[in-house]
Design a protein around this ligand. Structure first.
Ligand code: PEP
Length: 249
């Protein structure tokens, strides 16, 4: 089987104004001058998607950070998957732990959003991950396995699907799991994917996310079954983001 091409994706969260687009210019320049051996994507806030797509194409893809599970219609404040696609996005992050916590998003809702995203031609990046309490209780594998089973389904397109393992306690904290723990979880997620998708589950990219920095990227991304990174804080600066991507060189 051909090796999976890794993906390094940046999640800008609720950060970024038009003044921040200069960082995207710098990212594109670096990606063209020294292309890493991975795909690249930046998921800016929705207000910047069109501008980001115009700057980054074709070197770096653009993604949204959420979409509605519903088709376009009377839903004030929401964004349909078709609208993200129309703005230039090709990926969309779904079920990030901040959305699961802040907006009480359930696995069932994340699955509905993933179906809407796929139908609109977006590649869903579905996030899963345990809390600190769940890890300390020895329940990390069970919790993440259940999230995978309930947030994904066989009718999704395995060829475009991406899964991101993001331990909640590692996001924005500077803490990371051991490489052995990352590998154990990614192997566990892979088994869950094969259960859902059969042989196609072996080709789904599984990203690690949670305090990935230039200093730890090579080690974390070298763990078994890690097919790239979902990067929060360190994706705001071109130098840091591209240094992480350079782990694949
Ligand atoms: C994230 O929120 O997706 C994330 C990985 O954040 P950070 O890299 O800042 O921990």
């Amino acid at each position: 089987m051909t090796a999976i091409r890794p993906l390094v994706a940046g999640n800008w969260k609720m950060n970024g104004l038009h003044a921040s687009l200069a960082e995207l210019d710098a990212m594109r320049a670096r990606a063209l001058a020294a292309p890493p051996a991975c795909d690249l994507a930046i998921c800016p806030p929705a207000t910047l998607i069109s501008a980001a797509a115009a700057i980054l194409a074709p070197a770096i893809a653009v993604g949204g950070q959420d979409c509605s599970e519903l088709p376009p219609g009377a839903h004030t404040g929401d964004l349909a998957a078709q609208q993200l696609r129309d703005a230039g996005a090709t990926f969309v992050i779904l079920g990030h732990s901040e959305r699961r916590a802040d907006h009480r998003e359930t696995d069932a809702l994340v699955l509905a959003k993933a179906r809407a995203a796929s139908a609109a031609g977006l590649a869903p990046i579905v996030c899963v991950g345990e809390t600190r309490a769940e890890r300390e209780a020895g329940r990390a594998l069970a919790v993440v396995g259940a999230q995978v089973a309930a947030s994904l389904a066989a009718d999704l397109d395995a060829a475009t699907l991406v899964v991101a393992y993001e331990p909640v306690w590692a996001i924005g904290t500077g803490l990371t799991p051991t490489v052995a723990d990352v590998a154990q979880m990614h192997v566990h997620i892979r088994a869950g994917l094969v259960e859902i998708f059969g042989a196609k589950g072996a080709g789904v990219r599984i990203l690690y996310g949670g305090s990935v920095k230039p200093q730890n990227a090579r080690e974390l991304l070298g763990a078994a079954e890690v097919g790239g990174a979902l990067v929060g804080g360190a994706s705001l600066k071109a130098a840091d983001f591209m240094a992480i991507a350079a782990a694949y060189s």
